[in-house]
Design a protein around this ligand. Structure first.
Ligand code: UFG
Length: 340
């Protein structure tokens, strides 16, 4: 019998691509999503892209234990991938309670329901933002953690909860994946990132400039201690992130307990390098102006991707050109995102 994976936040950017990857590898996939920051249309796109339907999808908030418990009662869940969370750094500063409630209390509710139904295998969506303002890169899983905003605190707090739960419940198997900067889209152009309102993140903003929805990019500072002065990040293709989750599910039984892994490429790219690459991929120059630094931004965050490579014999395969090309294809085919 194929394994059934329950994916919370399955209609979101990373969740939807991961569902396609799981379906393509024969898994049965159940989605739970409250759609506060995702379009229900994404669920149709998942089925269309994968050429196979989801086993089921439920509009449920993970904090609603009774509703969540009914979902677990209706399916024989073998593993859970937990994406459902708020994820905007700036918003988390304005709405810290909302962030703790959804991200931390939501994870606790999910754990309680998993426990009630005898489900012990979990892949958790964490973030490289737990490292904060890193002294030096690349960052290994042993680099010091120092969150600088409520969002990053919630992710680290969830990791701590999971680690402690694993220390006391011998049957638990949890892998926390600290992603660097997921970008790009499914190569079909059917699935991609569909931010509501003005994008916070660099790649979707650049894509909207290229398609003519926005006049120019603001580059947040060119006086960082990096080669060209602009911020350096480890951009990772969302299809590699999705593949990483599927591989993680395959490795859940390697050992019991809690483990944390970086999910990045190990390559740093500056804002101006990304702008140039996107201009090349789209054939459209990206107008930009340099403005002040964005409060809370750090100079450079780049992964040491060696741990997953050693543990799973797996590495990312898609480069910056593929990230820009696929993001641009999605933007062109869906200039206003998924119809809402
Ligand atoms: N940037 C610009 N102009 C923009 C947007 C971004 O110059 O309009 C720059 C930023 O200053 C930074 C780089 O582009 O140097 C990347 O910025 P993003 O907002 O795309 O990504 P961040 O690294 O700031 O943060 C992202 C997510 C967070 C997550 C973090 C690490 O937004 O949720 O990665 O996982 F926590």
């Amino acid at each position: 019998m194929p394994e059934t994976v329950l994916v919370t936040g399955g209609a979101g950017f990373i969740g939807s691509h991961t569902c396609v990857e799981l379906l393509a590898h024969g898994y049965e996939v159940v989605v739970v999503d409250n759609h506060v920051n995702s379009a229900p249309h994404a669920l149709d796109r998942i089925a269309k892209t994968a050429g196979r339907p989801l086993a089921a999808s439920y509009q449920v908030d993970v904090r609603d234990r009774q509703a969540l418990s009914r979902v677990f009662a209706a399916h024989r869940v073998d593993a859970v991938i937990h994406f459902a969370a708020h994820k905007a750094v700036g918003e988390s500063v304005a709405l810290p309670v909302e962030y703790y409630d959804t991200n931390v209390a939501g994870t606790c509710a999910l754990l309680a329901v998993m426990h009630e139904h005898g489900v012990h295998r979990l892949v958790f969506s964490s973030s490289c933002s737990v490292y904060g303002d890193a002294d030096s890169v690349p960052l290994t899983e042993h680099s010091p953690v120092a969150p600088t905003n409520p969002y990053a605190h919630t992710k680290l707090m969830c990791e701590r909860v999971l680690e402690d739960v694993c220390a006391h419940l011998a049957e638990m198997k949890v892998l926390a994946l600290r992603y660097f900067n997921p970008v790009g889209a499914h190569p079909s152009g059917l699935l991609g990132e569909d931010p509501q309102g003005v994008p916070n993140n660099l790649m979707p903003y650049v894509a909207q400039v290229a398609v003519g929805r926005r006049e120019r990019l603001s580059v947040f500072g060119d006086d960082y201690a990096t080669a060209d002065g602009t911020g350096v990040r480890d951009y990772i293709h969302v299809m590699d992130v999705a593949e990483g989750h599927r591989v993680a599910v395959e490795h859940l039984d390697d050992r019991a307990g809690f483990q944390v892994f970086n999910l990045g490429t190990g390559t740093g790219t500056s804002v101006l390098q990304l702008v140039a690459a996107f201009g090349e991929a789209s054939g459209r120059p990206i107008p930009y102006q340099v403005v002040d630094r964005r409060p809370g931004d750090v100079a450079a965050l780049v992964a040491d991707a060696g741990a997953v490579a050693a543990a799973w014999n797996w590495t990312t395969t898609r480069d910056l050109t593929a990230m820009c090309r696929d993001a641009w294809r999605f933007q062109q085919l869906n200039p206003h995102g998924y119809a809402r």
